[in-house]
Design a protein around this ligand. Structure first.
Ligand code: T1G
Length: 708
């Protein structure tokens, strides 16, 4: 025992409590505290059995992820939990693990070393290590198949999804569900099993026998499909397979080998970066923890279209009654039908009960008037992306809304301060930029105008948390973080086609890089009219004489809008399966010829570098301008809003991995060929590349917190 692990007694039952908030990670001192506590209890003749429980909100949530970096950098040797787990398992007195909250990773591995596991109703167990680019490293791939069977262990270790407590009992991971007071229930259970034999998970081979060897091949196939490009899921499958072929100790050795391969990989570094990046976004240096948060009990949404409908669902899903207003009955009916269909699909997939759907639908009030808007704590606007229209709507709702009501625009490009300028409450005006489909995509770009109040911002971050969204704060710059970076990315994709790459080459190269889909395919999915309208809105800002992409506008003007018209950059059949469109290819060639663009063969490497480095360079620009607070915020935006491959950690993390000197050199190459106007290296990139710095090390939050 130590300050992180305490040992107490409840009569003849020893109680070991882990006290390492917030999530009882196995930080240095915790394994040691468990070891000495188990040893003392085992040696104490008055003790008949032992209960291990987590203090606070959870059981052990795993190894301390912050320690991995120190191991990889060689700052400290990699320790092993294996000896401790064997000591627990070989304890002569029953050890009962009492699980609440989350028993994840090393936490579940500690639990499985116990002789019995009892669990609270709302708890979860899991081996999420693959989400960090590693695999279980403390015999999880060896003990779990022995407790839950090979198929369940494969599913849990290769895909990392948590298992609910009822399923944990069904699978044989937990022995009993404890309703009510967990500790009391666990002590009673321990008293029940005291004096009984102590079953050791490592000796329970019965569930290993008869495993269908084909399951490993089919799971690998599934992993290659659903975790495309990721190495850890395949390593996890190898480790579980080893459990069916090797004795326990050798299986553990094989697991350790595979674990080390993963731990020292760039994928793991990128995924661990993404883990902490997501947890850092809500830390805004000049927004103190005690900043007032407005209570949002009622909401109202203007527009029931694709975005408005999804936004309405977000409020209903968060338990907030919401009015949704449209201009015509037909549009309102269409919007409500889509909302109902979306919920029905979720129910059909078994991801929501009919009762939960009915509850959510009951929270939504569709209407054609502003009735009730004066009761709302927040009004979200999701009308057409046009400044004049947005200003008209904001002027209207400003007159109706009650004092203190937040006015949030779903604009994806437009100036929030200009929109707010038509209201009497600019400090309550903010951007809430959702991503389509808004009820599914986790990202919420929270756009802070120069007049946006700190309480409005803090309330928006809290609302994002209630909606289970990742709220990233962005400055008020055209296109904010995501779309501002997307513009040069899509520009380069189109230029590459004009210069000779085929549409399929460009889409294929970025798809192989790990993007969920290529840039031109993304345009066809969103609709080429969307991009066309945005470009019309900003045509007046284009620098004269600077090359602009030509083809997408022409396709849109020809009515070839992409998937929704069956033709765009590619052709689409009734199942929306793409195929090369030779007419588009001919149009590109003709337009390039007319523009005097020399056509040549373009390598996949050039395609990737021009598109991704265009992203990175623009990211460095907006970081330098303070539009994003941290490079990791940019990564979170791209991982959660633009399907950037998680195992690359986001564009800025990817650039750090590639080395900023190399990135700068490549950009200077592009500048030399394509000119300063298109490829001017961001000052911050130059500064960091020349000083040997990284985007990860560049952090303005400290300066801001210090009031700089
Ligand atoms: N290590 C270090 N810090 C952690 C941590 C961990 N395992 N888990 C959470 N934190 C920090 C987090 O950064 C945040 O810090 C605070 O705790 C609250 O977290 C040997 C090798 C448990 C479901 O992958 O999934 O075990 O921002 O905001 O939303 O085989 O945290 O406040 O400064 O996320 O309530 C496997 C990771 C590790 C679980 C709680 N375990 N954690 O979610 O809170 S590898 C995991 C989570 C391993 C073994 C292997 C979630 C949570 P800060 P939070 P939450």
């Amino acid at each position: 025992m130590n300050e992180l692990v305490t040992l107490s007694r409840d009569g003849d039952i020893a109680v070991i409590t882990i006290q390492n908030p917030p999530v009882n990670a196995l930080s240095p001192g915790v394994p040691e505290g468990i070891r000495s506590s188990v040893a003392s209890a085992a040696a104490d003749p008055a003790v008949k059995a032992i209960v291990v429980i987590g203090g606070g909100r959870t059981f052990i949530a795993g190894a301390d992820i912050r320690e991995f970096g120190k191991v990889v950098s060689g700052e400290k040797p990699r320790g092993s939990l294996l000896p401790l787990l064997l000591e627990i398992e070989d304890c002569p007195k029953p050890v009962v693990m009492a699980i609440h909250g989350t028993a994840f990773g090393g936490g579940l591995e500690v639990a499985m070393a116990g002789h019995y596991r009892v669990i609270a109703p709302g708890a979860q167990v899991g081996q999420p290590e693959v989400k960090l680019g590693i695999i279980p490293g403390a015999a999880g791939t060896q003990r779990l198949p022995r407790l839950a069977g090979v198929a369940k262990a494969l599913e849990m270790c290769a895909f990392g999804e948590p298992v609910s407590s009822p399923d944990a009992v069904t699978a044989g991971i937990a022995d009993r569900m404890i309703e009510g007071d967990l500790l009391a229930g666990a002590v009673a259970f321990a008293r029940e099993v005291a004096g009984r034999p102590t079953p050791k998970s490592r000796e329970r081979d019965e569930k290993l026998r008869g495993a269908d060897p084909a399951i490993f091949g089919s799971t690998r196939q599934q992993a290659r499909k659903t975790r495309r490009g990721q190495t850890a899921p395949l390593a996890a499958i190898d480790a579980v397979e080893a459990a069916t072929k090797l004795p326990f100790a050798e299986g553990c050795a094989r697991e350790a080998e595979l674990f080390n391969q993963c731990l020292y990989s760039t994928q793991s570094r990128a995924l661990i970066h993404a883990f902490f990046a997501e947890r850092a976004v809500s830390k805004i240096p000049d927004i103190a923890k005690e900043t007032a948060v407005f209570e949002i009990r009622r909401a109202a949404v203007i527009g029931a279209g694709t975005m408005g409908g999804g936004i309405t669902m977000n409020y209903a899903n968060a338990g907030i009654p919401v009015i949704v207003k449209e201009t015509t009955q037909e549009a309102l009916d269409r919007g409500m039908a889509t909302i109902r269909k979306n919920y029905a699909n979720t129910v059909k997939k078994g991801k929501m009960s009919q009762a939960a759907m009915d509850e959510r639908m009951a929270r939504i009030t569709p209407q054609l008037t502003y009735d009730g808007f004066n009761q709302a704590d927040i009004i979200a606007e999701a009308v057409f992306e046009n400044m004049a229209l947005k200003k008209q709507v904001f002027a209207e709702i400003d007159k109706i809304a009650k004092p203190g009501c937040i006015l949030a625009s779903n604009t994806s490009y437009l100036d929030i301060d200009e929109i707010g300028s038509v209201t009497s409450r600019p400090s309550l005006v903010i951007g809430h930029h959702y991503f389509s489909p808004a009820n599914v995509m986790r990202l919420l770009e929270i756009v802070r105008g120069k007049n946006t109040g700190k309480e409005t911002l803090a309330s928006s971050l809290e609302l994002a948390r209630r909606m289970k969204k990742v709220g990233v704060v962005a400055g008020n710059s055209r296109g904010f973080i995501g779309n501002r970076m997307l513009t040069p990315y899509l520009r380069e994709a189109q230029f590459l086609v004009e210069e000779g790459a085929s549409v399929e080459d460009v889409n294929g190269a970025l798809y192989d890089f790990g993007m969920a889909m290529g840039p031109l395919a993304m345009g066809d999915l969103a609709g080429l009219d969307v991009g066309w309208r945005a470009r019309q809105e900003f045509k007046h800002l284009e620098k004269p004489g600077v090359r602009q992409p030509m083809v997408a506008d022409r396709l849109a003007e020809l009515g070839r809008l992409g998937q929704k018209t069956g033709r765009g950059w590619s052709k689409y059949d009734e199942n929306r399966t793409p195929s090369p469109d030779h007419e588009t290819a001919a149009l590109v060639e003709q337009m390039a010829h007319e523009a005097g663009i020399e056509r040549r063969s373009v390598s996949r490497e050039e395609i990737v570098d021009r598109c991704i480095y265009a992203l990175v360079n623009e990211g460095a620009c907006l970081l330098g301008e303070g539009v994003a607070l941290r490079a990791s915020d940019i990564d979170v935006v791209y991982l959660n809003g633009y399907a950037f491959p998680s195992w690359r950690g986001g564009p800025m993390c990817y650039a750090d991995t590639a080395g900023l000197k190399n990135v700068l050199a490549r950009i200077e190459e592009f500048r030399a060929r394509h000119g300063e106007d298109l490829w001017s290296p961001a000052p911050l990139l130059v500064q960091l590349a020349e000083s040997g710095g990284t985007f990860a090390s560049w952090d303005r939050t400290r300066e801001i917190a210090a009031g700089a």
